[in-house]
Each structure stands twice: as structure tokens, then as C-alpha cells.
Design a protein around this ligand. Structure first.
Ligand code: CDP
Ligand code: CDP
Length: 223
């Protein structure tokens, strides 16, 4: 590809966005940016400080105290808050259960979107999240909306947990995913939504590599 593009990948929880986005970025020699990790890091910070997550001004103010850094290292992406490595800590069920409450605040989103737009300016990026194609990079050259049935998505997380030796309950995962999708889709500010010009990929019965191939095909057509 001659031109460096911006590739926006959106979709509900556990659709396979980050796994696929990393592979696409690797194939193209692009930078991968995980916007969900930024909201998770802020949530982790708020829980540490025992903040009321519904308090928009309080959570927004916290953005100034919590220096969030995404860093690509040899063993993959690492996330730091005030120089503390929180890569694992932001993936706990506690953070996962609360993150949508933090991410619905307008002021928080405005600040996050500004930071993300700065990161995407240079192009040569694959960015995944909920509002990338609609708000963060509305002029992205490639937009993908990944979906999958809720049963399949819960099953994927379940398998992932078992593989890591974490306790896991399929019914609970299904509830958590449904609840988070509902908050993310119904919030007032930049809800989870397929952009009009996004290519939708239902990954329910596709392998990771099949999804990667489809996205690369879209990239080749648009690049
Ligand atoms: O990987 P998983 O689907 O579990 O979630 P994530 O991508 O890490 O995102 C965690 C949460 O952050 C989402 O459920 C949204 O509430 C929020 N988020 C958002 O609002 N906007 C984004 N661009 C990315 C994440
Ligand atoms: O980022 P997002 O929450 O959308 O999903 P993920 O964390 O990348 O993927 C959730 C799980 O589904 C991972 O364990 C993947 O290996 C698995 N998976 C997938 O991503 N895509 C498929 N087509 C099949 C499985």
C-alpha cells in the first residue's frame, strides 16, 4: 500500500476487535491503538481512589491526575497509569463491570476523543473501540463494524478465561456483556453504532484469520 491509512474498528464487547486489530496492524506495519484500554485505565484509577463513578465532574477531574500511557513493547501492548503497569489490572471483572459507567460521561469522552484524534493524525493506525468510525476518525479510509451473537461472544470470553485459569461462568458473562452493550448503545454521547459507511462483518462463525483476511481485502480495495 502506498498510502498510510486509518482503519477504524468498532463493535460490541468480545466481538474479536482487539485480537483482529492487532493482527491487521502487524500485517500492515501499522500502530494498534486500543481505546477501550484508555477507558479501562481511567476506571481502574477511579476505583483505586474510591470515587463515585456516577460523578461526572469528579471522574473528569481524575483525568488530570491519572497519566494514562499506551506503550507498544516486545511482548505486546502495555498500559501504564502514573508509570505503574496496569496491563493486567485493567482486565479484571471489577473494572469490566464498571467501565461503561465511566465511559458514558460527556466530559470524559471529549477529552479521550481529543487524545485519540492526536494519535490517529499521522495515519498508519488501526484503532478499535465503540465510536471510532462515527466520532474519533469520521474520515477514516477504512471502517469496519464487527458483530457476533451474544452467545458466541460470551463463549469466547469463557474459553479465554478457562485457558488463563481464571474462574468463569458463562451465564454471568452473558449478563455482563448484555448489560455493557446496553449501556454503550443507549448512552447519550457517542453511543456504540455502526457508521453508515462501515463494512459490517458478522464474525459469529468466522475464525480470527478469516476476519483478518476480510479486513485486509477491504483495505486493499480502499487503499
Ligand atoms: O474488550 P472489551 O470489548 O471487553 O471492551 P473494551 O474495548 O476494552 O472497552 C471497554 C469499555 O470501554 C466499553 O464497554 C465501553 O464502555 C468503553 N469504550 C467506549 O465507550 N468507547 C471506546 N471507543 C472504547 C471503549
Ligand atoms: O476486543 P474485543 O472485546 O472485541 O474482543 P477480543 O478480546 O479481541 O476477542 C475475544 C475472544 O474471542 C478472544 O479470545 C479471541 O481469541 C476470540 N475470537 C475472536 O476474537 N474472533 C473470532 N473469529 C473467534 C474467536
Amino acid at each position: 500500500l502506498e498510502n498510510q491509512l486509518a482503519i477504524a474498528i468498532d463493535g460490541p464487547a468480545a466481538a474479536g476487535k482487539s485480537t483482529v486489530a492487532k493482527k491487521v496492524a502487524h500485517q500492515l506495519g501499522y500502530v494498534y491503538i486500543d481505546t477501550g484500554a484508555m477507558y479501562r485505565a481511567l476506571t481502574w484509577c477511579a476505583l483505586q481512589k474510591e470515587l463515585d463513578l456516577e460523578d461526572e465532574a469528579g471522574v473528569h477531574h481524575l483525568l488530570m491526575e491519572c497519566d494514562i500511557l499506551l506503550k507498544m513493547e516486545q511482548d505486546g501492548q502495555r498500559v501504564y497509569v502514573n508509570e505503574e503497569d496496569v496491563t493486567q489490572a485493567i482486565r479484571t471483572q471489577e473494572v469490566t463491570n464498571q467501565v461503561s459507567l465511566v465511559a458514558k460521561h460527556r466530559k470524559v469522552r471529549e477529552e479521550m476523543v481529543q487524545r485519540q484524534q492526536k494519535l490517529a493524525k499521522k495515519r498508519g493506525v488501526v484503532m478499535d473501540g465503540r465510536d471510532i468510525g462515527t466520532h474519533v476518525i469520521p474520515d477514516a479510509e477504512v471502517k469496519i463494524f464487527m458483530s457476533a451473537s451474544v452467545e458466541e461472544r460470551a463463549e469466547r470470553r469463557h474459553k479465554e478465561n478457562l485457558k488463563k485459569g481464571f474462574p468463569s461462568n458463562l451465564e454471568e458473562l452473558m449478563d455482563e456483556i448484555r448489560r455493557r452493550d446496553e449501556i454503550d448503545s443507549k448512552r447519550e454521547v457517542a453511543p456504540l453504532l455502526k457508521a453508515d459507511d462501515a463494512v459490517e462483518i458478522d464474525t459469529t462463525s468466522l475464525s480470527i484469520d478469516e476476519v483478518v483476511e476480510r479486513i485486509i481485502a477491504v483495505v486493499k480495495k480502499n487503499g
